[in-house]
Design a protein around this ligand. Sequence first.
Ligand SMILES: C[S@@+](CC[C@H](N)C(=O)[O-])C[C@H]1O[C@@H](n2cnc3c(N)ncnc32)[C@H](O)[C@@H]1O
Length: 249
Amino acid sequence: MVKFVGAGPGDPDLITVKGQKALHEADVVLYTGSLVPKELLTWCKDGCIIENSADMDYEDIFTFIKEHGHKKFVRLHTGDSSIFSTTAKQVEFLREENIDFEVIPGVTAAFAAAASVGIEYTIPGVSQTLIISRVEGRTPNPENLRQLLSNKNSSFAFYLSITLIKKLRETAYELGYSKDTPCWVVEKASWPEEMSYKGTIDDIQDQVSHIKGVALILFGDYLHQNATVESHLYAKTYKKEGEKTSKAL
Ligand SMILES: C[S@@+](CC[C@H](N)C(=O)[O-])C[C@H]1O[C@@H](n2cnc3c(N)ncnc32)[C@H](O)[C@@H]1O
């Protein structure tokens, strides 16, 4: 049985209880490299085989899983294993090999970044849609940036894009975004050395040009956090309606 476990964004306390239990019990752990908090690996029992997959290619990973997949095997991914994690290819392999698997979710970087800067992605009247994506660089994105940004009433969280802010800015201008549209960067969200940078699409690049690695770009008017309509959620009238409906049911 292979358990994919989301390690969370960096703070070891942000793994789930279920993920922690899987690590305690594991005979073998294959983790995805430097972004996985090392403290998590200290929870493994004596004798647990612990390997870093950072220098492995798919064939190496598959060979390793085939060799150890009949044991209590944890495949430890940063954040959540459903976001930019190559899980799909590994799952395809496990299905072909008839190896059982389970997925234990984790806290993805977008949620850790929102927590770091204290924002909500869904603001009534401004944005009810969160778009998690990347700015196309060497890796192609079938949804090109113009198409993505044409969803002007959405909240954007861009992974793997910190060196591509210029492209984000130019495309935003082409689509008529104003220069003062908020653009924030959260570097190493939830790590002890976490930093956040709050600017606009016009000036953010100057603030973050030194960052080469682990950072998330947040972009859009939702960052003002000003609702333009009332939320129904805690409105008295809406609650009464809800109560009536549930009683009727
Ligand atoms: C290969 S992706 C893995 C994403 C991961 N599966 C997740 O759910 O967060 C790595 C990218 O995620 C983002 N990232 C991961 N952890 C982060 C953190 N703690 N703070 C900010 N960005 C992070 C960065 O954009 C980084 O380049």
